[in-house]
Design a protein around this ligand. Structure first.
Ligand SMILES: [Fe+2]
Length: 267
């Protein structure tokens, strides 16, 4: 498999819950995709092998089979993922959005597995167009879908401001929502969700697995964590151990040592 993401990017995904890649889809294909989104149908066969289910024809059929996109998908969910659902999200010109922060995957308490969502922006998406917002690092905070809509202006919030052809990929548990479109142009974002079928272990490029920057990447502060940062880091270290197949990985001076040290086992 070509175009696998690096271990450092995988650590970013664990630490922040999302990755952004510019220049994933060439301009002609963006244009064709944008047109196709207006009439692209509803859910396909949910829970079936993505490769068999996803249309082989058409622009959007092609986008998610580009070698770079395939490498990205493989890195995060591994081989033979399942199609979950897709949606051509439209925020019409001038459409205003109220509070709508939410988490998609309610009651998803799987210990290690995670689904991904790819958000493809087929046109230049400026700040005023209202690209999807995310609150990085919230993917270990399970809540009940829209119950968090009252939280606004969270520290660390980011939003998609990007050129056409950009793909954001994110852990489906990241808190997110749509923003108001203050322009006279419709704003499209094409979302695709995929499920893993195998343990999500070492599917990325592991040649930089021991990069000295990885501990600090995992320890990224997004601003909202406050005094809970240690708790967040524990969750990230646990997930990093899993995806990198390093059950003994730890941060600095054995960050998880106290919790794991059991006197009776030492006797
Ligand atoms: Fe959502």
């Amino acid at each position: 498999m070509e175009h696998l993401i690096s271990s450092k990017d995988m650590a970013r995904f664990v630490g922040s819950g999302y990755l952004r890649y510019d220049d994933m889809v060439p301009p002609e294909l963006c244009e064709a995709s944008r047109k196709e989104m207006e009439s692209f149908g509803g859910f396909l066969s949910v829970g079936t092998p993505f490769e068999e289910t996803w249309p082989k024809e058409g622009a959007l059929g092609e986008v998610f089979r580009l070698p770079k996109v395939k490498g990205l998908i493989h890195s995060l969910v591994g081989p033979d993922p399942l199609y979950d659902h897709h949606a051509a999200h439209l925020v019409k010109a001038g459409q205003l959005k109220g509070p709508d922060m939410h988490q998609d995957s309610v009651i998803d308490f799987r210990e290690n597995y995670y689904d991904i969502q790819l958000s493809f922006f087929p046109v230049d998406t400026h700040d005023e167009m209202g690209g999807t917002f995310l609150v990085p690092g919230t993917h270990f905070r399970n809540v009940r879908t829209g119950e968090i809509r009252g939280y606004q202006h969270m520290i660390g919030k980011i939003w998609a401001t990007c050129p056409a052809g950009t793909i954001y990929v994110w852990n489906t548990r990241v808190w997110h929502g749509a923003r108001s479109n203050h322009t006279d142009k419709d704003r499209y974002m094409f979302k695709l969700r995929l499920n893993p079928t195998q343990p999500q272990i070492r599917n990325f490029d592991t040649s930089d697995l021991n990069d000295p920057e990885i501990p600090s990447i995992l320890n990224t502060r997004h601003g909202w964590e406050g005094n809970e940062m240690r708790y967040e880091l524990m969750k990230r270290v646990q997930q990093w151990r899993y995806v990198s197949d390093q059950p003994d990985y730890d941060q600095g001076e054995r960050f998880l040592r106290r919790r794991e040290y059991q006197p009776q086992l030492q006797a």
